[in-house]
Design a protein around this ligand. Sequence first.
Ligand SMILES: C[S@@+](CC[C@H](N)C(=O)[O-])C[C@H]1O[C@@H](n2cnc3c(N)ncnc32)[C@H](O)[C@@H]1O
Length: 256
Amino acid sequence: MGADHVAINRDVWDADAKNWVAGGERLWRAREPVWGNWELAEASLNLLPADLAGKDAIELGCGTGYVAGWLARRGARVTAIDVSANQLATARRLAEEHGVQIRFIEGNAEDTGLPDAGFDFAISEYGAAIWCPPGKWLREAWRLLRPGGRLVFLGNHPMALICSPESGAPCEAVLHRPYRGMWGVDWTRVELDPSGICFNLTMAGWMDLFAGIGFRVRKYQELYAPESATGTRAFVPAEWAREYPVEQVWHLEKPA
Ligand SMILES: C[S@@+](CC[C@H](N)C(=O)[O-])C[C@H]1O[C@@H](n2cnc3c(N)ncnc32)[C@H](O)[C@@H]1O
């Protein structure tokens, strides 16, 4: 995959940003964080550290910025980077409306230009977590973290990608794509609802990469849709996501 994935994904998000405004407004109003496409409660998942007060935190690929908002409301000094100027315009407006201080940066989460070891906590929910090549953005996250710092990221489970038809139609309980050699999906090429280029790895691929960089895995979570879920979110029907893991969350640590 060439470096043009950054420009392709930026253009996709700049064009799509208007469709994320209402969702961003709703999640900025949420009192408690909810995660992923099925909006699972923080109380059941614990993605955020218990104590963020006075800590330096960064969101990598912040979109409309509600995750950054949750970090700031928990007392962190927050930086949030996104490659899409239009997504950032929504994020900046909502942060101001909610009276929340966040340093927003327009840029590439794979190469932020920020100094080494400036952060205690890094997070990505469907940002760099899926839109950037893991070997690039994870090395950047490692560089940004202080020793003892933590990284949490959430994105599609590889199983959701291999069960996704080549046409871009919703997931089925059928293996449509090879697992071996998985690098992600080029959604620009699908017939139905094309978007950008997203990245993922096999389980062994993720584990090898973490070990190669030096990250320690603290926890790994596989997420399902709730029993009450209906409809289709992103490219995944609720019936599928109740039976198969639709999303994954990695909790990593840069050892002290
Ligand atoms: C789905 S949003 C993630 C934000 C939010 N958590 C959410 O789920 O809506 C994906 C964001 O990733 C951003 N993104 C894609 N590639 C990026 C890159 N290379 N660097 C920084 N941000 C990127 C997009 O611009 C978009 O705003």
